[in-house]
Design a protein around this ligand. Sequence first.
Ligand code: 6GU
Length: 244
Amino acid sequence: MRIDVLTLFPEAFSGPLQASILGRALAGGIAEVQLHNIRDWATDKHSIVDDYAYGGGPGMVMKPEPLAAAIEDVRGRVEPRGRTVLLTPQGRVLNQGVIDELAAEQRLVLVCGHYEGVDERVREHLVDDEISIGDYVLSGGEIAALVLIDAVVRRQPGTLGSEESLLEESHSDGLLEYPQYTRPAEFRGWRVPDILLSGNHGEIARWRREQRIVRTAKRRPDLLDAVALSDEERRIAREATDNK
Ligand code: 6GU
């Protein structure tokens, strides 16, 4: 997969793109990220990329000319054209379903919005999709783009080791994760649950499943509607919320 990023702040990407699983995937060629500075498409002496809003009001707007030229130029460099996505708080809210949809594209062109937004004509005519990462305000789309890139690249075959992939698969059923522990068995007098030290793999699997259901019921009851639970598991979920 190839991801082109159009941004006023390419330097915001270098650290995060090199770290951890994402860095390893990019270094290994599973995906390629190309950064482009929108300012490089400004044509005036001062490389101006923003201007006052028509109609007045506070805040600057990203000018259409440099942004449109950047999108068209970058999009035309390689086939396929892929999907052009604007990162904006006005977009549809990102979730794993949206990530899997984007991860299936061969190519993404991510446009990081800034200031009070981009000129509406660019959004209307040159953008295919608009994504927000949640209902809060960031100062620009860069961190949102990084969130999207990380989540999309980890869905590419070969990014995760076989163990990580198996874990991901078993946990992509909509339930929150079970609690994790490592050595020592006692830390400051706080004990690891005995069941995990028992060596009884059937019992451990049952306990973990129950923990996931109870956690999800207590913390994110909104997620439970989309999860397939047995009658017994529904009872466990109901009980968890009754005595919270
Ligand atoms: Cl994509 N951009 C900005 N500026 N703020 C956001 C966002 C995006 N998603 C949530 N908040």
